[in-house]
Design a protein around this ligand. Structure first.
Ligand SMILES: [Zn+2]
Length: 123
């Protein structure tokens, strides 16, 4: 079984590689199977599209043209290229797991691995 991803939808992460290295953004989609995440406004790639006639458009001798142009799209990044940003100490950190007591009993929670922080990542 694949190991659970340490990041999930809604996390703020820092990008570790590529042109957006060092930037932070929120995960808007996570794909545990492919181990990829989509980060809001980061890893944007430009898609160029040519104008082209649309299919079955030539009714009444009129051809409709689908406009071309450049589109910005966020591309998914591999989870190994991102790090969770701790909401408590505001630093990119590795994720650890700990059991904490709560009103629902013992719960496994994600914690910041910074030695001087160790705060729970999930609110
Ligand atoms: Zn922390």
């Amino acid at each position: 079984m694949a190991q659970a991803m340490k990041v999930r939808k809604g996390d703020v992460v820092q990008i570790l590689s590529g042109k957006d290295r060092g930037k932070q953004g929120r995960i808007i989609e996570a794909d545990p199977k492919k181990r990829r995440v989509l980060v809001e406004n980061l890893n944007v790639v430009k898609r160029h599209r040519r104008p082209r006639p649309m299919k079955d458009a030539s009714r009444m001798g009129q051809t409709q043209i689908q406009p071309g142009g450049i589109f910005d799209l966020s591309a998914p990044v591999d989870v190994s290229n991102v790090m969770v940003v701790c909401p408590t100490c505001n630093r990119a950190t590795r994720v650890g797991y700990e059991f904490r007591e709560s009103k629902d009993g013992r719960m496994k929670v994600r914690v910041c691995k910074r030695a001087d922080c160790r705060e729970v990542l999930d609110r």
